[in-house]
Design a protein around this ligand. Structure first.
Ligand SMILES: C[S@@+](CC[C@H](N)C(=O)[O-])C[C@H]1O[C@@H](n2cnc3c(N)ncnc32)[C@H](O)[C@@H]1O
Length: 391
């Protein structure tokens, strides 16, 4: 493809990304790969260049743009080389006319900017939400010593974390194939460290998804003890056992939950768990570096739904903790509604039965009863972590 044809391709892909964001359709990453699956003539250089343009344009537009071309014109406004490719030649975008709509630059929609600002995220902190995320891995202590790592990484502040340059093809390495390493953001690794599990414990991962954090907990427990990994999404949960096998993580049981009936389905665990991790569904404002178009999709109503679900799951988790045990609440959000305010609401609902214990981690700053990690300050995805000890 010529450079101009790549720009036109990026405009077409952006139109699909915009339509999907409006209709709760596929994520941008999948749209880009499906688009290229249907165009086998394009080479890997084309893929990389188009993908790069698409994500640059998504990052640049705070609000959902009217059209892909409007988003690309925003980039072209400050990039003369890009603007010169709008020349109307074969496969190229039409020449730019003075009256055309150009998308507005920004970090996020106005209502979200207001909510972030209220939560202490503005200026550099807000801009960093849209930087490119690094590639972090966790060394799986169940399978590997550090000598087995692919070359080129630097240790991170997490106990088993390493960071690699962008574009490192970790999943092609023998270490990954043999389960010695897992791709996992450093912040995500630190949330697991906050659970402070020990070998032999009984632990519930209430919102385990595909098991990213479950596997880190299993490794920290040296695969001894019990982990119950739950989720309400069958497809996500079904990915956990094959990953656990690859990682050599034993002692993990999975349980599919019906939303609203979680406590009945978990009655055998009531008051039994040494630790419960509630890695709750959330707005994902802390992961925009990876999914920048997520900010076009979120609505105030969805945010309210997340907040209500988080409170309910925290109450479910609390019922499973044994006296003297711990409940760890995590969201990959920087909004206080899903962080400090949620933790305060839990403490006021449960009164004297619980004590907040701010986890001691090598990153993050205290926020309310918990700790917050941010891309700007900590170089991790954004997270809120609170730990409550049962009295
Ligand atoms: C933040 S994600 C979990 C990510 C996962 N812990 C990991 O590290 O990969 C939140 C999860 O909560 C799940 N979920 C939503 N409603 C739930 C419910 N009522 N009970 C349990 N899990 C639920 C979602 O399906 C989703 O997988």
């Amino acid at each position: 493809m010529t450079p101009a044809a790549r720009v036109q391709a990026a405009i077409e892909v952006l139109d699909l990304v915009i339509a999907a964001a409006r209709s709760n359709g596929a994520p941008a990453d999948r749209i880009v790969s499906d688009w290229f699956k249907a165009r086998r003539f394009a080479g890997s250089g084309d893929r990389r260049a188009v993908r790069e343009l698409v994500f640059r344009a998504i990052r640049a537009c705070g609000e959902i743009p009217a059209r892909g071309r409007a988003a690309m014109l925003l980039l072209a406004r400050d990039d003369a080389a890009l603007a010169s490719l709008f020349d109307g030649s074969r496969h190229a975008p039409e020449p730019i006319s003075a009256e055309e709509t150009v998308a507005r630059p920004g970090v996020a929609p106005e209502w979200l900017i207001a909510a972030l600002t209220k939560s202490g995220i503005e200026g550099d902190e807000a801009a960093a939400l849209l930087e490119r995320a690094p590639l972090d891995i966790r060394v799986n202590a169940l399978r590997a010593g550090r000598a087995d790592l692919p070359p080129g990484g630097e240790p991170t502040v997490a106990a088993h974390g390493w960071r690699y340059p962008h574009g490192t093809r970790i999943e092609d390495t023998p270490a990954w194939r043999e389960g010695m390493i897992e791709v996992q953001d450093t912040g995500s690794q630190l949330t697991c460290e906050a659970v402070a599990v020990r070998p032999g414990e009984s632990v519930v991962d209430l919102c385990a998804g595909g098991g990213g954090k479950t596997l880190a907990l299993a490794a920290a427990m040296d695969a001894s003890g019990r982990i119950l990994a739950c989720d309400a999404d069958r497809a996500r949960l079904s990915r956990l056992q094959p990953r656990a096998e690859r990682a050599g993580a034993t002692g993990i049981e999975t349980r599919l939950l019906d939303p609203g009936a979680e406590l009945e389905q978990l009655s055998d665990w009531r008051g039994q768990a040494d630790a419960v991790l509630v890695d709750a569904p959330c707005s994902g404002t802390g992961t925009w570096r990876r999914n920048p178009e997520a900010r076009w999709r979120l609505t105030p109503t969805q945010l309210d739904r997340y907040v209500a679900l988080q409170a309910r799951l925290l109450d479910v988790g609390a019922a499973l903790v044994r006296p003297g045990g711990r409940l760890v609440y995590v969201t990959c959000s920087l909004l206080d509604a899903e962080g400090a305010e949620q933790a305060a609401a839990f403490l006021s609902r449960h009164g004297a039965g619980w004590r907040a214990e701010v986890p001691v981690l090598p990153a993050g700053v205290p926020r309310g009863a918990g700790l917050r990690l941010s891309p700007c300050r900590d170089g991790t995805d954004g997270f809120f972590i609170a730990r409550f000890g049962s009295l």
